[in-house]
Design a protein around this ligand. Sequence first.
Ligand SMILES: [Zn+2]
Length: 489
Amino acid sequence: MKKRIAIGSVCHETSTFTPVSSTWDRFYVRGEDIFTTFTGTNTPVGGFIDAGQDFELIPLLSAEAHPAGPLPRELFDPALDELLQALRDAAPIDGVLLYLHGSMVVGSGEDQIDDPEGYILAAVREVIGPETPLLVPLDIHSNISPLMAEMADALVVRETYPEVDMAERGRECVNILRRMLDQGLKPTMAFYPLPLIWGMNQVTAHEPMLSAINYVHEIESRPGVINVSLNMGYFLADVPDMGSSIIVITDNDLQLAEKYAAELAQWVWDRREDWYYDLPTAKEALALAEQAGAFPVILSDMRDNPGGGSPGDSTGILKTFLEANLRDACILYIVDPEAAAICHAAGVGATVSLAVGAKASSLQGEPVHMQAEVIALSEKGEFDYAGPMFAGLHGQMGLSAHIRQGGVHVLLVSVREQPFDMEFARTMQLDPQQMRYIAVKSTAHFRAAYEPWAGAIYMVAEQSVHDFGNLPFHRLGRKLYPFDMTAEL
Ligand SMILES: [Zn+2]
């Protein structure tokens, strides 16, 4: 008889600093619809489905939200109840594969849950008992708690950023589960919270991160080791478990796991200055780009990344592009449903007078006045991702407009989402590969599709709600370098 394995996901990356409110706006699918949504996709659940064909997979619930502020209890509590009820209904089961993002915060004030992933895993554990395997792939930007490590048999963090190994880590969890069921493997986790929060040097294809990931793989190749995770953490959350961490999983050898975790922690700590660097403004980055002469140039507006919960409507780069009178320049994207609606009312070919962006918060800069031509419109902004990230997944940017003032093109959208690839822009008659200057509201995920043809990429710092230097932290659970230079390993 096939082993019965329950699958699902609860996924949210929560900034406690953004004014953007949260709903389950990415997916809320249950039962068979989970197969329809995720089969063949580069997602953790897609990986479960792909590698778990020899199991009887029982789909529970996939509740996923775009990164934003804390998820209200009114949305979280029923979702968890539904997940747990589906799990009870699925009994008897032989294992659970549950994708969690790892940096969720729920509620506010007295109702706040600082560690929803630990809360979810404890609740799932209560239903399935201590013996049933519970395996959890996590984002590389997780704030992992001791409770999470205690409740799961294995926490497996992604190893890439841009995170192109989503399905692969899902498959890895399936394979660990299979070895537990068939060969009596006993995953034993050492959880090592690091006294630091990772800086901007996160891209795993480049140094210094490349060496860090190579080191992770070297430890993984040692006898007795099942998996090693280097988790960079998610710093836009003022919660006690915020920070980077390491997990080493061995086969039933806690001492060995702890030894290797401490070894990797020391290695990271010895190089702690390497994970940080100062960012230029958009104007400074343009000057650097002209000097270097490698085009097309991409500016990453990383402080206004919707993927980190930011509103996606800051105007620093737009203002810089217009003032510089650039030709063949584009901004992907600016979240401004109001401006998109004005374009729709005017129609393709019309010239519109608009105040663009900076509507979510005064910290996002000033709205920029534009006299722009409407080039293309879309009611729902529907498209299919070509990947590598999310390849095969259907996307929606909501009411959208492509406008142009002089040589500067702007894609106005209604859904807060990063440009993971070029497909949406192309449906809006804008081919990023024909541009000389491209601004993306994305920290790194855009690289998966854009880096192969970019001349140069600059991360830039412009005004936003996520202005690193000024974030008010009050509730951190440990000293974190570089916020606190007295932090010690
Ligand atoms: Zn991430």
